[in-house]
Design a protein around this ligand. Structure first.
Ligand code: PFF
Length: 470
């Protein structure tokens, strides 16, 4: 059954219209909220410019080979993750389902709510609604944070309204299909995102104190390279930022024409994601430097990451701007929104494609159903207890789910044969990956992932994460 279904779906497979269409969609998936509100902080915390060494080592030894693997499988098997894996071996179809279900429940539901916050803040920027207390505004007034996950509290209507908008965008883009929806949208989103980031960088460069911030961001501290945590952070970052292990890149590559340079595309996707994250960091740290100078606080005290950076530190900095603060705020939150939407549509597509391949349902009905379910499932995160739930789901599902899925994906290559896949990708690519690819996929990446997994497990056992699950 598993094998006959894929064959039947083959002739109707959609295709990217252009190479840039494919690349912009894949890059759109990779660049996300994490690239802007997490990556720069990880760089700063792990030795500044020196962190780029472990990061590039992780990119070359794990990120790019795994990306080639995912592109290679999708391109060769021409299917979503479950269908492609089933073609390799029918007993492995479940792994594809695991991936697309995990990413839908573990990431998409809460990620969309994160985008919804950005949408709300775009609106709030117009009036600088957070006033003199961005922290209180965000946690109390906006999120209405309760005592913990056991106290659900009420649904926060601004978040709910923004979430509806996010899901309408997700739905509309994926509804119209690969070429008319995802490709067209990303061909607008990506150039717009690059321009927005450049405007933000240029703007912050004019602010007093921004240079200090940028120096703090990138000043290399090579002594940190001896710390295993720095290397662990680099490797953990790579998988998430490149959207690996969730069947997304497999699905996107399944829409490539037969003649498509897999190795080149994998390198371009990974490098552009890194470059954009690095450049976004200039804007982030430039702004933090400006804020430190304005408030005369020590720089280390102004630095925040994740939601603290986007929804507390940034609003505070925006309020301090000498001119056009509302415009700056709108541009910043628009940047986050676009980065987030391009990632979230890739997740919706990965799951939708799996359902379409397997059951031959129409795209329009699958995407509509999944969007409604995705929106309904996300409502829990719009409540007062939502932040706590978001934290739990993010930590346990996305972290562990991702590592385990990537390990199993490498295990699948033991079944299929790494040299066989390498021959395929090399046969369509300008430059060849060589035998190092086999070594990396079969031994190195699984070994690294097992270390990451054990490290996380031990940390959680020693010091239960935020007291959860106990
Ligand atoms: N790569 C995205 C980011 O860095 O924010 C997040 C992401 C998207 C992760 C899609 C996983 C995924 F499947």
């Amino acid at each position: 059954m598993a094998e006959s279904t894929p064959q039947a779906a083959e002739p109707h497979r959609a295709q990217w219209k252009t190479q840039w269409g494919f690349l912009s969609a894949a890059i759109g998936s990779a660049i996300g909220l994490g690239s802007i509100w997490r990556f720069p902080y990880v760089v700063y915390e792990n030795g500044g410019g020196a962190y780029l060494i472990p990061y590039f080592v992780a990119l070359v030894t794990a990120g790019i080979p795994l990306m080639i693997l995912e592109y290679g499988i999708g391109h060769k098997m021409r299917g979503s993750a479950p269908m492609s894996f089933a073609k390799i071996n029918p007993h492995w179809e479940w792994l594809g389902w695991w991936m697309v279900i995990f990413v839908m429940i573990g990431i998409e539901l809460d990620y969309s709510v994160g985008i919804a916050w950005c949408v709300s803040y775009m609106w709030f920027s117009l009036t600088l609604a957070w006033g003199a207390d961005p922290n209180g505004f965000f946690f109390q007034q906006f999120l209405g944070v309760t005592a913990g996950p056991h106290v659900i509290g009420d649904i926060r209507s601004p978040i709910l309204l923004s979430l509806i908008l996010v899901w309408v965008l997700n739905w509309l883009t994926v509804f119209f299909g690969v070429e008319q929806g995802i490709e067209k949208a990303n061909k607008v989103f990506m150039p717009l995102l690059f321009v927005l980031i450049l405007i933000l960088v240029g703007w912050t460069a004019t602010l007093p104190g921004s240079k200090e911030g940028i120096v703090r961001y990138l000043k290399p501290d090579f002594s940190r390279l001896g710390d295993p945590k720095v290397w662990i952070d680099a490797y953990s970052q790579i998988f998430f930022t490149l959207s690996l292990g969730f069947g997304i890149m497999v699905t996107y590559a399944s829409y490539l024409p037969r003649k498509a340079d897999i190795n080149f595309n994998a390198c371009v996707t990974s490098l552009v994601d890194t470059l954009v994250s690095l450049v976004a960091g200039l804007a982030v740290f430039g702004t933090l430097g400006y804020m430190a100078a304005q408030t005369s606080k020590p720089f280390a005290e102004t630095v925040q990451h994740g939601i603290g950076l986007a929804f507390v530190a940034y609003p505070q900095a925006i309020s301090l701007l000498p001119s056009l603060p509302a415009l700056f705020g709108v541009l910043f939150f628009l940047t986050l929104t676009i980065a987030g939407i391009a990632s979230s549509i890739s997740i919706l597509e990965a799951f939708s494609a799996a359902m379409i391949d397997k059951f031959h349902y129409s795209r329009k009905s699958v995407v509509t159903l999944l969007s409604v379910l995705g929106f309904l499932g996300g409502i829990i995160f719009t409540t007062g207890g939502g932040l706590a739930w978001l934290d739990i789901v993010d930590h346990f599902l996305s972290h562990y789910g991702l590592f385990i899925a990537c390990i199993l994906q490498c295990a699948l290559l033991w079944v299929y044969g790494a040299p066989r896949l390498r021959e395929h990708v090399d046969s369509v690519s300008l430059f060849r990956v060589g035998r190092l690819f086999d070594f990396s996929i079969k031994y190195l990446i699984p070994a690294i992932l097992i270390v990451l997994l054990l490290n996380d497990l031990m940390t959680d056992i020693r010091r239960p994460y935020g007291g959860y699950p106990w």
